[in-house]
Write a protein that binds this ligand. Structure first.
Ligand SMILES: N[C@@H](CCC(=O)N[C@@H](CS)C(=O)NCC(=O)O)C(=O)O
Length: 232
């Protein structure tokens, strides 16, 4: 099998998805850390449209976007399947992964970079998404059933590895294990899987990254407000 490389960044929950999929499938790969502020020539060459990580390099071909990378890995390496074979179950897994991305991960990114009423609104939205996901587990061990699958990887990259950092940086509480007991148990089981726990992002890098985004965005909002006041 051709050589596999992964372009990533230490703090990135999106890169985490690709690393977990590679680990679960037992694929050996070379990891290349990227400087996202400078965006070196390798990243620009491999992902000229978005210039973002993760990017998977396989047999000289470049594949960008974490959802697409995980699906590509699943189709290329058949061991430890991540998506169900049945077309309807497959469609459902894609639906819930998209839900977890749009209604939880994207919303949590907004929680981290906002404050006041805007932040309260986003915290409420994130909790509503968790309530729905709590119901969707329906007594299953994982979203993928007895084994971790696509939805677990997509959702886990935010809830298992960076939610507490996002809560700390945003000075909010979103997750309550009393309120979401199935998700709390899911999280414990998820983090016990060797292929998952042996690759986790480094907390200090995540704290630095999310704190920097929060400071930057709040400063931009304050600058806009000042501009508007001067216009009056
Ligand atoms: N939708 C993309 C998001 C990837 C993403 O936002 N990556 C961040 C790192 S956490 C990045 O490369 N940011 C650099 C930039 O946007 O300039 C995916 O799922 O792969």
């Amino acid at each position: 099998m051709s050589q596999v490389r992964l372009l990533g960044a230490r703090h990135s929950p999106y890169v985490q998805r690709a690393k977990w999929a590679l680990n679960l499938k037992g694929v050996e790969y070379e990891y290349l850390e990227q400087d996202l502020l400078k965006k070196g020539p390798v990243l620009v060459q491999c992902n000229p449209i978005y210039k973002r990580v993760p990017v998977l390099i396989h047999g000289g071909k470049f594949i960008a976007e974490s959802f697409i990378i995980v699906e590509y890995l699943d189709e290329t390496w058949e061991t430890s399947p991540l998506l169900p074979r049945d077309p309807y179950q497959r469609a459902m897994a894609r639906f819930w992964a998209k839900f977890a991305e749009e209604k939880f991960a994207d919303v949590m990114r907004q929680v981290v970079i906002s404050d006041g009423e805007n932040q309260e609104k986003e915290v409420k939205n994130a909790k509503e998404a968790l309530e729905i996901l709590e119901g969707e587990l329906k007594g299953n061990k994982f979203f993928g059933g007895e084994n971790v699958g696509f939805v677990d990887i997509i959702f886990g990259s935010f809830i298992s590895v960076c939610l507490d950092v996002m809560e700390e940086v945003g000075c909010v509480k979103v997750f309550d294990s009393q309120k979401f007991p199935s998700l709390a148990k899911w999280n414990e089981d998820f983090l016990e899987i060797p292929a998952i726990k042996e690759t986790l992002p480094e907390r200090e890098h995540m704290v630095r990254y999310f704190s920097r985004s929060r400071r930057f965005n709040l400063a931009m909002v304050a600058k806009k407000k000042r501009g508007k006041l001067l216009d009056v």
